[in-house]
Design a protein around this ligand. Structure first.
Ligand SMILES: NC(=O)c1ccc[n+]([C@@H]2O[C@H](COP(=O)([O-])OP(=O)(O)OC[C@H]3O[C@@H](n4cnc5c(N)ncnc54)[C@H](OP(=O)(O)O)[C@@H]3O)[C@@H](O)[C@H]2O)c1
Length: 282
């Protein structure tokens, strides 16, 4: 694709525009608040507005703009299918192009190496794939993939990763580390986990006491959290339970160690639904 029209100058729209320009692609970036132009002939129109605006902006495009022949329109929402562009059926080739990366700030460096979920009409998919490759990204066919489950997974990692560091920063601050430094210290830690996952996959990328079956350390964490940071316990326990599943898959400690850790996490965690509370009485 030699010419791309990006509608929506938010985090993703600006980042796509920068990345494509750096790759030598001619880009028009238009803020959504300016509305659609009267004519549009770019071979690819990328709708980079918020999810709730996509159907309405597609309808506005259908009425406000004369689209040149052979135009493809894609949206960028992971949670929505191509039918969000229903107002444009018969007017353009339609598709979706969802970068599976976390885009904040203007640097397009976040894009390179990431995957882009693409689906829709053949022409739209072909152009979306071209854009992905120009950005150094890897297109993947997501037709037939449940968009909401797909997007829930993406949000668990992207927004969830940020929230995880926020929670851990609070804990580091309780431990006595200056707050500004706490977040800065945790970012490379998260990056090292991502690098291990990329290189080794799961469960091999798991590190820490849950891998080693170190029941004494987990028990000590739980006691100290109960004393000094009880608000952090639910998240710690939920994540430790998920780590325990990976630890058991690796099997580098005894079953007894894993079972013991599982029991102490169940005691510290929320009461089971429908069952009696397993919380220890104070
Ligand atoms: N950010 C990501 O990591 C990411 C990743 C994959 C997919 N997506 C998808 O990309 C699409 C756009 O997401 P985004 O993250 O770029 O959203 P965003 O930054 O909120 O920008 C989207 C639109 O919201 C408007 N906007 C920006 N700031 C606003 C504010 N403070 N109040 C009201 N409106 C505001 C912008 O209007 P103007 O155009 O008029 O400036 C822009 O068109 C969504 O469908 C999203 O699901 C995002």
């Amino acid at each position: 694709v030699s010419d791309v029209f990006v509608f929506g100058a938010g985090q993703l729209g600006r980042c796509l525009a920068r990345g494509l320009r750096a790759a030598g692609v001619a880009v028009t970036l238009r803020a959504a608040r300016r509305g659609w132009p009267r004519r549009l002939a770019a071979p690819l129109v990328v709708l980079a507005v918020r999810d709730g605006q996509i159907a309405g902006q597609a309808a506005a495009l259908a009425t406000a703009t004369r689209l040149g022949p052979g135009v493809a329109v894609v949206h960028c929402a992971g949670a929505l299918g191509v039918e969000a562009l229903a107002a444009l059926v018969g007017r353009a080739a339609l598709g979706k192009m969802h970068p599976l990366v976390s885009v904040a700030g203007r640097s397009p460096s976040a894009l390179a190496g990431g995957w882009v979920g693409v689906a829709g009409d053949r022409l739209a998919v072909r152009r979306a794939r071209g854009v992905a490759r120009a950005l150094g990204m890897r297109p993947v066919d997501v037709s037939g993939v449940d968009p909401l489950l797909y997007h829930a997974a993406a949000v668990m990692v992207a927004g969830g990763g940020a929230a995880l560091v926020a929670g851990a920063s609070t804990l580091l601050a309780s431990a006595g580390v200056p707050r500004e430094q706490a977040t800065a210290m945790l970012a490379p830690l998260l990056a090292s986990t991502a690098a291990n996952i990329r290189r080794l996959g799961l469960p091999r990328a798991l590190t820490g006491p849950l891998r080693r079956g170190d029941r004494a350390t987990v028990a000590a964490h739980l006691e100290q959290l109960a004393r000094h940071a009880p608000a952090a316990i639910p998240l710690y326990v939920a994540l430790a339970q998920a780590q325990l599943v990976l630890g058991r898959q690796l099997g580098e400690a005894s079953l007894d160690d894993y079972d013991h850790i599982g029991a102490s996490l169940a005691r510290a965690g929320p009461p089971r639904r429908g069952g009696r509370s397993r919380r220890r009485s104070p």
